[in-house]
Design a protein around this ligand. Structure first.
Ligand code: GLY
Length: 277
């Protein structure tokens, strides 16, 4: 039983005690959820907590796009059933990851834009404005990308089942209609061998097909460590900016990034809690 969470990778300067404390609190809640629940339920729970925390660029506190609107994307993959579901550019919902989860049962498992929002309303998800003053201020300054904030979680439960969930407000200041990696297998992937959630510049993550590539490498026999090392060697050779967290069915945990920083929390081999921020 293990879980690893992230709150984005990027180039934010200085230490961030508030992010450290938020990650620690969310990690401990998610860890205790995993004692009683499946990996799938736990990663969904962890990501809803991260979405509800305005410090991160997902759910409440999502970045605004060029036209001043927030369009969010989220994906979940159950490693047991190998089902991927996602929402892309959904608007006016509190927890995009819960809509992605609701889609796991559906025949059409990836919905975009107003059709995704309509699906949410039809399934009882109330209208909610995720805009915060802080993000509006950034948008007015045309800062766009505030550097860090996509969120994600990967877990392996007591039955050895894996799951990954990822949610984002996007790159910030992007053209409406742009599709984020977080709602694709490049940003979020899991099967019976490993689960990976990525963060960083979406276009570059898609070029690398990062999450799916790492998971497939583990399926083909690499250790999670080796799969991360090889994949991030390729990322660095391309001078790309991204990070990822992962977990294997054997309980190996990996965090790697080519950015200056990553926000992440996990337990090391001696079971000490590690919080990177
Ligand atoms: N990784 C988040 C995005 O670029 O949309």
């Amino acid at each position: 039983m293990k879980i690893v969470i992230h709150g984005g990778a990027g180039s934010r300067k200085g230490s961030a005690p508030h992010i450290h404390d938020a990650l620690k609190e969310i990690y401990l809640k998610a860890e205790s959820c995993l004692k009683k629940h499946s990996a799938l339920d736990t990663v969904i729970y962890a990501v809803t907590l991260l979405e509800d925390c305005p410090l991160f660029n997902a759910g409440t506190g999502s970045q605004l796009q060029k036209d001043g609107r927030i369009r969010m994307s989220a994906a979940v993959m159950d490693g047991k059933s190998e089902q991927f579901s996602a929402v892309l550019n959904i608007e006016q919902v509190r927890n995009p990851i819960l809509i992605a989860k609701a889609l796991i049962q559906e025949k059409d498992r990836i919905l975009a834009a107003e059709c995704a929002t309509r699906f949410a309303r039809a399934h009882g998800f109330a209208a909610y404005n995720p805009k915060t003053k802080e993000r509006v201020k950034e948008w007015k300054k045309r800062v766009g990308e505030s550097g860090m904030g996509t969120v994600g979680a990967c877990a392996v439960d007591r039955k050895g089942c894996l799951a990954a969930a990822t949610s984002t407000g996007g790159r910030g200041f992007e053209r409406p209609g742009r599709v984020s990696d977080s709602g694709t297998p490049a940003g979020n992937y899991a099967n019976a061998f490993a689960a990976v959630s990525a963060t960083g510049i979406g276009e570059q993550i898609v070029n690398e097909a990062l999450a799916a590539k790492i998971v497939i490498r583990v399926s083909d026999g690499m250790t999670l460590l080796r799969a991360f090392k090889k994949s991030f060697h390729e990322v660095r050779n391309h001078h790309y900016h991204m990070g990822a967290i992962g977990i294997s069915r054997l309980g190996e945990v990996m965090v790697d990034f080519s950015t200056e920083k990553i926000n992440a929390a996990y337990r090391d081999k001696k079971k000490a809690l590690v919080v990177l921020s």
